[in-house]
Design a protein around this ligand. Structure first.
Ligand code: SF4
Ligand code: SF4
Ligand code: SF4
Length: 256
């Protein structure tokens, strides 16, 4: 069974504890957590953010962990993959920094780490290591309002529909992420339209890989040839980098 997060926008008070917990858990560079009004606040060092909308609405943004992720399909070297838990994770040693995943993601999630000598893409990984140890994600664990909760995807969907039924007029009658682009493992309940969280406000229910993969594969040089070439180049750069460091260490040892 696939795990998921359900975020209920009507319960969030914008305290930013989830943002801080994510940074601590993932050893991301610490800065002052902020509420974002103009852009979405995500970056290589911010894997989740809180966006403020009128009338005290606070919307938590993070990777949606799509059931059929477009980012996974377009990655030419298999750096991203969907795990058995539902988390979409990446292998930074494989990532070429080609940014195909950034172009393919309908929610604008992956971000480039410009500070790395060999840049790679970073994003929320649904606290995959914690899930493997039967722990819940750091962000859901800390939320004082239970505005963002963790559980089995099927059960969270049932709970969300029950909340809509039990509170007539409170919510838009929709569980965001239940069906869009084939479904996602991060779900939302809301009393305002959350279409702004995606580039295309009219996402259908068809999984995006069904359209992105044929499009990418119709350019075999870009999808396969260039991917292979870049993988080789990436290996050479990393190897040269590692050898450079070893030479420097030897020189330092000789100088001492
Ligand atoms: S939201 Fe974007 S980055 Fe996250 S799994 Fe879906 S396609 Fe990939
Ligand atoms: S699931 Fe983990 S990695 Fe993702 S936003 Fe929450 S704390 Fe961060
Ligand atoms: S910890 Fe909970 S209440 Fe606080 S900002 Fe995050 S989701 Fe909202």
């Amino acid at each position: 069974m696939s795990k998921a997060i359900l975020t209920d926008i009507t319960k969030c008070i914008g305290c930013l504890k989830c943002v801080s917990a994510c940074k601590k858990e993932n050893k991301l560079e610490m800065d002052v957590p902020r509420i974002w009004q103009k852009n979405d606040g995500l970056s290589a060092e911010n894997w989740t953010s809180i966006i403020k909308k009128p009338d005290n609405h606070y919307i938590r943004k993070q990777c949606r962990h799509c059931l059929e992720p477009a980012c996974v399909t377009v990655c030419p070297v298999g750096a991203l993959h969907k795990t058995e838990t539902g988390a979409v994770v990446y292998d930074k040693d494989k990532c070429l920094g080609c940014r195909y995943c950034m172009m393919a993601c309908p929610y604008g999630i992956p971000r480039y780490d410009w500070d790395e000598p060999v840049p790679y893409v970073r994003k929320c990984i649904l606290c995959y290591d914690r899930l493997k140890n039967n722990q819940q994600p750091a962000c859901t664990e800390i939320c004082p309002e239970q505005a963002t909760i963790f559980g089995e995807r099927d059960e969270l969907i049932k709970l969300a529909h029950q909340r809509i039924k039990d509170n007539p007029g409170k919510y838009i009658d929709k569980v965001w992420g239940e069906y869009e682009i084939g479904g996602t493992s991060v779900l939302y309940l809301s009393d305002i339209d959350l279409g702004f969280l995606s580039y295309n406000t009219k996402l259908g229910t068809k999984p995006l890989p069904q359209t992105t993969a044929p499009a990418m594969k119709s350019v075999p040089y870009a999808f396969v040839g260039m991917g292979g070439a870049m993988l080789g180049l990436n290996w050479i750069i990393r190897r040269r980098d590692a050898m450079g460091k070893t030479e420097e260490e030897k020189k330092e040892a000789t100088d001492e």
